[in-house]
Design a protein around this ligand. Sequence first.
Ligand SMILES: Nc1ncnc2c1ncn2[C@@H]1O[C@H](COP(=O)(O)OP(=O)(O)OP(=O)(O)O)[C@@H](O)[C@H]1O
Ligand SMILES: [Mg+2]
Length: 362
Amino acid sequence: MEFMVELDGVTKRFGSFAALSDFSLRVKPGEFLTLLGPSGCGKTTALRLIAGFENPDAGRVRLAGADVTALPPYQRDMNQVFQSYALFPHLSVEENIAFGLKVRKVPRAELRERVGAVIGMVALNGLESRMPHQLSGGEKQRVALARAVVCRPKVLLLDEPIAALDAKLRQAMQLELKRLQRQLGITFFFVTHDQHEALTISDRVAVMNAGRIEQLGTPVEVYQRPLTRFVADFMGQVNVFEFSNVSDGGETKRLKLQRGGAELVVPRSAIGARVGQGMVTLRPENVRLLTSAAAEWQNVFPGVVRERIFQGAFDRLSVALDNGLELTVAIRPSEDNGSVANIGEKVWCELAAESLVVIAGT
Ligand SMILES: Nc1ncnc2c1ncn2[C@@H]1O[C@H](COP(=O)(O)OP(=O)(O)OP(=O)(O)O)[C@@H](O)[C@H]1O
Ligand SMILES: [Mg+2]
């Protein structure tokens, strides 16, 4: 079996509205795959189609190589964890976790052993006899998770399972989920609209927009090498410059920017042979600040710092370049001890050629 989950050309309409259009995705066994996208882009719909709660208008759904498009949810070897924990309020922690195994008539000794092991895995020891209303949000979430994994499904579907937790607890749960997934070797199909979460937790990320996948890749790929403007914007702050002319420079190509008249040099390999216009993107942390520069240096532009905002690990600067372009720059405060790039100061910004990502125009 090559793929654990396959969506093949799936379209799902609600009335005349297509929530998913010709949607295809293949998830490998043991992979942690995340669907990432803005509210309403079709993430939950994709997950419900895999689980069998919705039927596609076109296309096929396969699980471990078998076509399950026509099968009801209970005949698909999957489990779900939703944002609302949906614990049984009248059952204890232990009984909640054991529920699925009881339904499957797992022998008593095995049931006890499996429940005990999972309780240890999600660090719920000592809380076995508590009732759901006696638990914190994070603890309830762990029970929901334990209840799903104890049945050892081939695939675990997780729809924003930790979105309701506070930031600190969410970070802890992200690491825990990742660890649990590695330990169990179960395929995780995870849904979130939080890009940081997706980057932290996933083996691969499918970035969605309006019922389609814009890009599928590793966290590093979708962050550092976005294929579209939407992906570049959605994955975090980014500088975008439009260019409308390309000239050849041997090993490099020169892109003439529409605003500012400046030229950016990129490696020849960064741009397709016939591309004549498009966009160049650059993450703020990939701009290098210099205190001086020689006139012949490539991709180095003088400007004045207009704004400097403290953001924890980074300071975010807005630099007005002399050529009219605005540049967002992120630097570690320790890089200049707050002395070089203060508001009003002159700086040189290096847009390192290897960090520039070209998105071809249409
Ligand atoms: N049962 C339904 N009937 C009609 N429209 C629906 C139905 N379910 C979903 N939709 C629409 O389909 C689109 C996709 O919905 P979906 O719930 O998949 O989005 P989502 O990406 O999960 O969003 P969120 O991040 O807000 O959860 C939305 O525009 C939604 O309004
Ligand atoms: Mg949703």
